[in-house]
Design a protein around this ligand. Structure first.
Ligand code: NI
Length: 168
């Protein structure tokens, strides 16, 4: 496992569309492991391959609280994800490892149904709500070369300036 360098806002690669993954390879399996490690090291809840410089449709997500034991964590890998349906809307602050130290209010669907392949290239369909739905939408945007900062309502704030009220 290795921690990869996270590309930050302004880096051209973050604005490019990612290519679908056709087959799992040892190299991509390693990438997925590294993406989890890179995400946890940086206290993120999601990471998309372009954020570590790879233009492939791969996303990892884990929105569980820090104190959940390893064996109970819900670690999601979405390869070639596609949002099939979405419902409702929810507005909350979100951040991104590619935009360090910043947060902004974004409206996302409250519920999504997503189709993807897992790390064994097995297709699955899942439904998600709340923070997990938000993370899926945020990471799928990365695969399209889009950053949340372009969806922010109001100002992009310094995360350190957010109040307790902002977080709820
Ligand atoms: Ni992000």
């Amino acid at each position: 496992m290795a921690i990869r360098h996270v590309r930050t806002i302004g880096d051209d690669i973050l604005y490019k569309k990612c290519k679908p993954v056709k087959a799992m390879t040892p190299r991509l399996a390693q990438l997925i492991e590294d993406m989890f490690e890179t995400m946890y090291t940086n206290y993120g809840v999601g990471l998309a391959a372009p954020q570590v410089g790879i233009l492939k449709q791969i996303v990892v997500i884990d929105v569980d609280d820090d104190d959940v034991p390893d064996e109970e964590r819900n670690q999601y890998v979405f390869i070639n994800p596609e949002i099939l349906e979405s419902r409702g809307s929810s507005t909350a602050y979100e951040g991104c490892l590619s935009v360090p130290g910043k947060s902004g209010k974004v409206t996302r669907p409250e519920w999504v149904k997503v189709k993807a392949q897992d790390e064994n290239m097995e297709e699955f369909i899942m439904e998600a709500e709340g923070m997990l739905a938000r993370a899926i939408c945020h990471e799928c945007d990365h695969l399209e070369g889009e950053l949340y900062v372009d969806r922010v309502e109001g100002e992009l704030k310094d995360t350190s300036e957010l109040t307790e009220e902002d977080m709820n």
